[in-house]
Design a protein around this ligand. Sequence first.
Ligand code: NAD
Length: 425
Amino acid sequence: MGKSQRKFYELPLSARLELLAAEAGISTDELTVLDGAHGLTPEQADHMIENAIGVYGLPLGIARNFQINGRDVLVPMAIEEPSVVAAVSFMAKLAAAGGGFTTEASAPEMIGQLQLLDISDLAAARNALQSHREELLAMAGSVDPVLSRFGGGPRDIEFREIEDSPIGPFLVIHLIYDVRDAMGANAINTALEQLAPRVAEISGGRPHLRILSNLADRRLARAQCTIPLSVLGFDQYTPEAVRDGIIEAWAFAAADPYRAATHNKGIMNGVDAVVLATGNDWRAVEAGAHAYAARGGRYTSLSTWSKDEDGNLTGSLEMPMAVGIIGGATRSHPVAKAVLKLMNLSSAAELAQIIVAVGLAQNLAALRALATEGIQRGHMSLHARQIALASGAIGDEVEKLARQMVMENNIRSERAVQILKEWRK
Ligand code: NAD
């Protein structure tokens, strides 16, 4: 069989890199940093965090078949969990049969919070600050000329009166800041620092915390897809049974926080892997996701699944997505830099949209498995490979040993060690 006819996963690692570089229109040299020997060095790590003692590696994979807004997209994923990349690639293929993913993103507006204490009359302080709105916005806009040059900057100031708190009432100022292609934490935090003394003068209050909010509910990304009924059936499962099973599984998550936590974890399997691969702050994205999932006062599913008038399955996902293609580790981590080059993005909003599409596809993968054969069967051979690796199998032994254990329906490290011992005698 010719090389070009082989599936991506059937190719040896080096051939995958060649194909990828050709698809992205870059030289394979740009991907040398992925070989494990040329990525992040301990010296670089030492400049990134305190008390560095080395670097920590994770597998980096590519999800295939993603079509987003009519464009074929390469999706790099950094993740240690088996079956995530395979499952999401398969779901992207099902989605492609229905035209792929349609995505959009709101303006990259982050919220910075300034807590204002020791105010006797909240409404009066608020009115005073309100009347200085333009002055405060201009002040906040002067802190990051680079960001302003790219069209970013402060957009608005909002107020929230917190009446019911353990320390009594206080005022919170929200500075709405367009951070363009950055995650934005530094621009926001610096702007808040700048505003604090003037805010104190105007309001008579005492500025306390000055920090961005990770509930980035003005910086949302949305994805939706339609899975044609014709591609939903498999084995003994009819297309209708798969579709309805997925909707019933989603309804469980929509109604029950215990289920919703796991349902959303499945979404984050996809989301975090791309966030991490691109050098972004996955804790920030996690915090935003779960806070957004609880915005109605009860924690619920981030996604929605239903059927359209033709009986096809439709899904959508909306969530905060505070990611950048500039700043943070996106440019200082050599692998993240190569990954971003590979993705060839024009804006952070584009990355945000790809990430939600991946989250939605990953969600579909979990729901489809759970609603039919259960999650364990699909996991079995990948799980067996991990056990084989952990038990000391090397090279071709890994696949062979995994297959043997699956065949015996006995996937345990004791058995793996025993088989290896017999083979190596
Ligand atoms: P950054 O400050 O390194 O880079 C952003 C800056 O790059 C902008 O302020 C701007 O001056 C410049 N820039 C150049 N071209 C730009 C463009 N096209 N669009 C936007 N900006 C452009 O990075 P950051 O995004 O402010 O900070 C991200 C880091 O902050 C992450 O590492 C994150 O972990 C960390 N952080 C997070 C939190 C939190 O989430 N609560 C708090 C503090 C810090």
